[in-house]
Design a protein around this ligand. Structure first.
Ligand code: BGC
Length: 757
């Protein structure tokens, strides 16, 4: 069993490190997320990002376009900072506790992944010599999703005296902004207005409404203290503070349990009543039971067993950290998805991208298929918006998923690197197919998957056109955002072909199963359209360069000005922060895996020698400025047997947030990269593939490891694969026997089998 506690002893108190730790130690449960700010606050000048977020809760923000061209987006949805209920100020005989005064005798921060809590433990000596031990335990509950809990345990070590706690609850908060960074919001706007604030029955309640989206949210706070105390409240505009004062003896521990419950009007008819009910449920259960349920939930998901690495503890920890964050980030209902930064920060304003389908969903499909199903249903829930988006883009038919969104409308302000990324529609269809191949769940295809795939297939017919007998897709942007608005992006054409093919296949599968009539009728899909889907996919143009023996990224990529990667200094990275987009677009330079990603997800579309040459070529032109890149290079390097490279790329991916290697973890975790770390192990080192031909494995063991293993679900069975120096073992842990191909040999797995290597 690997390492389950991430501990930071003597953590740095510098502002730039603390703001990163706010992200790294945030608490979330897929519904709400709270950054790990110091409860007692910071000295002036500390640029802390104090945030509490709810997945899918948004307001509109005006996004003015200087030149009002038809159809450009002028309003975007943004995830809001909801309230601040973290504030807990403690004073001892009038001396205020602060990490920045007196002396810190010891300090540590912990993330206990199996318990689903974070901890901050401090022993502090006040300027006048009073010593106290203070522990903060924080949890975003998986049992009661609207619940966030802070437990504070205080023990005077060398004195008896008066302790005073000020526990705050603020509703008039704002979002973080930075006009100089395109990856976060540029404007300082008050989106939420407090409409009601009251203290009743021992709890404070603040109701706020958004300015444009017409949503309301209620935060409810109750402080429970373990000893007899004097209590009073102070109410200012949009803020209620409870003062709790008590006498405490030396060596005695007092406990404050601060319950925050947040309910929104998206999920609850009456957020205020819902918040009261949820609070009551939490109080009835009691804090110990809540902690226990947290552990049980995490255990029941089996995430901790999804992967284990032996031989490199740091990597094992990083991988578990990443998988834990995926659980914290994924919405547990259909009103949200997985934001690029999860619920840990405001980078990318809480938007959902293709990251979900291509980087995150593989983990859920293989580990918790029920959550993967939710992600598909979420995309289905915004299908009408995708249809409307297609019309805005000028298409008579089909659905174009927005490049970035919260509840369905396009939120990208820069269309060359945003709306032009048509591949997202093919990616959504790809995830539906991948889910089907891994689960065999035709019911979901009938319920909603087929409609998504048919409508996105229709889009491609309208986007592309025939030229000299081949189907071309022009003026789109592929995954690589340093190359925009091009003709025949290889990745896009391939994902479109896959989408078109699967529209035909799903139609056949549904017909064969005697179902699917409802969707055909609903969208009026005609047989002639199916013929056109097949014709376009069979004739899809895929760029290929004879001389280099590679697939060029698009029709013009190889004509562009070369840019020697070795001349780019660290100070210039990421290039997008230092060069005009036009300058980047004119060069043969990639921000991230593009063709290399296509060579992985649709590997059978190309032979191995070409994939090898392509990989080597794209390595020389890719900066990996996007966090979605190195994990894919790792998978493909593993496939090609470049084991050292695969390991290096994997390490870069696995450690990205824990070591802040992209220097922007302060704005939030990089969820896609975290899912990519999982892919680098399971698809990369494990060589797992699930195709129409079935399940296959091609495992290899990185030389730094002694062994590793992973577990995954496949068509109703739970399988485990372990690899060490001498053998590969495949085990059927539950469910029916499965056929599996290992190193190109086919086996019937009904119990376990061992293959020597
Ligand atoms: C990447 C995109 C990604 C987005 C959100 C950008 O930097 O280029 O591919 O979807 O970040 O993670």
């Amino acid at each position: 069993m690997g390492i389950s506690v991430y501990a930071k002893k003597d953590f740095s108190l510098s502002p730039s490190d603390l703001v990163v730790d706010e992200t790294v130690f945030h608490n979330a449960n897929g519904y709400l997320g709270v950054r790990s700010n110091f409860e007692e606050g910071y000295p002036d000048g500390y640029n802390s990002i104090r945030g509490t977020y709810v997945n899918g809760f948004y307001d509109f923000s005006y996004m003015g376009q200087a030149e009002k061209l038809y159809g450009l987006t002028e309003a975007k949805q943004i995830m809001l900072n909801i309230c601040d209920t973290q504030s807990i100020k403690i004073s001892f005989e009038g001396e205020k506790f602060s990490m920045f005064s007196g002396e810190i005798i010891s300090r540590e921060r912990l993330l206990r992944m199996k318990d689903g809590v974070t901890e901050r433990n401090v022993v502090w000596r006040s300027p006048k010599g009073r010593e106290v031990s203070i522990q903060f335990v924080r949890m975003a509950s998986f049992e009661i999703l609207p619940l966030f809990l802070i437990q504070v345990r205080i023990r005077p070590l060398n004195f008896s005296g008066r302790i005073r706690i000020e526990s705050g609850h603020r509703g008039d908060v704002r979002n973080f902004f930075d006009p100089s960074d395109p990856r976060v919001a540029a404007e300082n706007i008050q989106y939420l207005t407090v409409t009601e604030a009251e203290y009743r029955d021992g709890a404070s309640s603040i109701l706020a409404k958004t300015s444009k989206s017409g949503l309301t949210i209620c935060s409810h706070v109750k402080n429970a203290i373990s000893v007899q105390a004097e209590r009073s409240t102070v109410q200012e505009e949009g803020e209620i503070t409870e003062m709790i004062t008590m006498d405490v003896k030396q060596g005695e521990t007092i406990t404050l349990d601060k319950f925050t419950v947040i309910c929104d009007s998206i999920r609850y008819a009456d957020p205020k009543i819902a918040a009261r009910d949820a609070l009551q449920r939490a109080l009835n259960l009691g804090i110990e039971a809540l902690f226990e349920k947290q552990r049980d939930y995490l255990e029941s998901l089996g995430v901790y067993d999804a992967v284990e690495i032996n031989g490199d503890d740091e990597l094992d920890l990083s991988v578990h950290y990443n998988l834990y964050q995926l659980i914290q980030s994924v919405s547990k209902d259909l009103h949200g998805n997985i934001a690029a930064k999860g619920l840990s920060g405001e980078g990318y304003e809480g938007h959902y991208f293709w990251d979900t389908e291509m980087y995150l969903q593989p983990f859920f499909t293989l580990t918790i298929p029920a959550l993967s199903k939710n992600l598909i249903r979420y995309r289905y829930s915004i299908l009408d918006h995708a249809r409307e988006n297609a019309r805005i883009l000028g298409h008579k038919k089909g659905a174009a998923y927005p490049w970035r969104t919260i509840m369905g409308q396009e939120c990208s302000g820069h269309y060359p690197s945003g709306s032009a990324q048509y591949h997202i529609s093919g990616d959504v269809a790809y995830a539906v197919t991948a889910y089907y191949l891994a689960t065999g769940d035709l019911d979901l295809i009938e319920e909603c998957g087929a409609e998504i795939v048919f409508e996105t297939a229709r889009l491609w017919l309208d986007v592309g056109n025939y030229y000299k007998g081949k189907f071309h897709i022009n003026e789109v942007t592929g995954p690589d955002e340093y190359t925009c608005l091009v003709n025949n992006n290889y990745y896009t054409n391939l994902i479109a072909r896959h989408n078109l093919r699967w529209a035909v296949k799903f139609h056949e599968l549904l017909q064969a199963a005697g179902c699917g009539q409802a969707v055909l009728q609903k969208i009026g899909l005609r047989p002639s359209e199916l013929v056109e889907f097949a014709r376009a996919s069979d004739n899809m143009y895929l760029p290929y360069d004879e001389e280099l023996g590679i697939n060029p990224q698009d029709d013009s990529f190889l004509q562009k000005k070369p840019w020697d990667l070795s001349t780019i200094t660290e100070a210039e990275k990421p290039l997008l922060m230092h060069y005009h987009p036009m300058y980047l677009y004119r060069h043969m330079i990639c921000k991230q895996a593009d063709t290399v990603l296509a060579h992985f997800i649709l590997e059978d579309e190309q032979d191995e020698p070409t994939i090898r040459k392509s990989f080597e070529f794209y390595e020389t032109v890719t900066t990996h400025d996007s966090s979605l890149s190195t994990c894919i290079f790792s998978v493909v390097a593993s496939k090609l047997g470049f084991s050292e490279k695969a390991y290096r790329y994997f390490g870069d991916s696995a450690k990205l947030d824990l070591f802040n290697t992209h220097k922007n973890t302060k704005d939030g975790i990089h969820t896609a990269n975290m899912g990519g770390t999982y892919m680098a192990i399971v698809y990369g080192f494990g060589g797992l593939r699930i195709k129409e031909t079935g399940l296959s494995l091609q495992p290899s063991l990185p030389s730094a490891w002694t062994s590793y293993r992973f577990r995954f679900s496949y068509r109703g069975s739970l399988l485990e694969v372990s690899v060490d120096r001498s053998m590969v073992m495949a085990k059927l842990l539950a469910g029916p026997a499965q056929r599996v191909t290992i190193f190109k040999m086919v086996y019937e797995l009904s119990d376990h089998l061992t293959i020597s290597i």
